[in-house]
Design a protein. Structure first.
Length: 283
């Protein structure tokens, strides 16, 4: 597809493209925003280099795509709770966002997308991987597609933010303010196969981060098929990997993408700012 106001360069065969020719700190007209949105829908995750955003400019860019969410369990910046500071200090062992997942799928209206801005990056390591969930669905057998198309799955925040989550009971050092609460144990149901309202394509919509079981089934009964789907969904040929630089931005579509923040930079500091755009009830 051709673009008039931006340049789009794919980075892998599965998904992902670098966008150039645009300064996100400025006032962008509707035509530019429309092309960025089209690039997101067509490439699933898009990347920008050498951006210089203030927190207010970061928020303003995110708001061009929808209302911004405030995280239920992780405290945002003191002066603007819509910006989540994703921080790992050199003496911390656990990172935030490690493990394959789609952001806040435990909500009735999960995130449309997330815009992550690199403020400080390690000398090496700390890449983020992304996986195309259209391909995850399309490469299943017709029989399994038919079965999954009739199923719903339960999503919950308890594995990450519940009273018995590893962070709650493990006494891990964290510079981020992450709260473990009873509310995290609630469940919401979503279709296992989700139809993207903009592209019309179907995507697999279960992941190890927040999916707990199939509707009307126990966790034990659900585990064998869910474990297979978790593994299948992130096959190498479905993925791309992004190496961060200071000033880089990744903007991914949570409706059809999983991501995984690689925790391989122990002894180094990494600081990112994230805004999350509210989406719609999955169908």
């Amino acid at each position: 597809m051709t673009y008039r106001t931006i340049q789009v360069q794919p980075i892998s065969g599965a998904l992902g493209a670098e966008i150039s020719g645009v300064d996100l700190s400025g006032k962008l007209d509707d035509g530019v925003i429309g092309e960025i949105r089209r690039a997101l829908v067509e490439n699933l995750v898009i990347f920008f280099r050498d951006q210089h955003l203030t927190p207010d400019q970061h928020l303003a860019f995110g708001r061009r795509f929808g209302e911004l969410q405030i995280h239920d369990f992780v405290e945002g910046l003191e002066d603007n709770e819509q910006i989540l500071e994703v921080r790992k200090e050199a003496d911390e062992l656990r990172n935030f966002g490690g493990g394959w997942h789609s952001d806040v799928s435990y909500l009735e209206k999960p995130a449309l997308g997330s815009v992550l801005y690199a403020r400080e990056v390690p000398a090496y390591g700390g890449d983020t991987m992304f996986a195309n969930q259209y391909l995850a669905y399309e490469t299943l057998s017709d029989g399994l597609k038919s079965t999954l198309g009739r199923m719903r799955a339960m999503h919950s925040a308890r594995k990450s933010y519940g009273l018995y989550s590893p962070r709650a009971v493990g006494n891990f050092k964290s510079s981020m303010k992450i709260n473990a609460t009873e509310e995290a144990h609630g469940e919401v149901d979503h279709p296992v196969v989700r139809t993207h309202i903009e592209s019309g394509r179907q995507a697999l919509y279960v992941h190890g981060g927040f999916t707990t079981r199939f509707e009307d089934m126990t966790e034990e009964e659900s585990a064998p098929l869910l474990d297979y789907l978790y593994s299948h969904a992130v096959r190498p040929e479905f993925t791309c990997r992004f190496r961060w630089e200071k000033g880089s931005i990744a903007f991914w579509d949570n409706r059809c993408v999983q991501h995984n923040a690689i925790n391989d930079y122990h002894g180094q500091r990494r600081v990112m700012h994230r805004v999350t755009i509210e989406g719609e009830r999955p169908v």
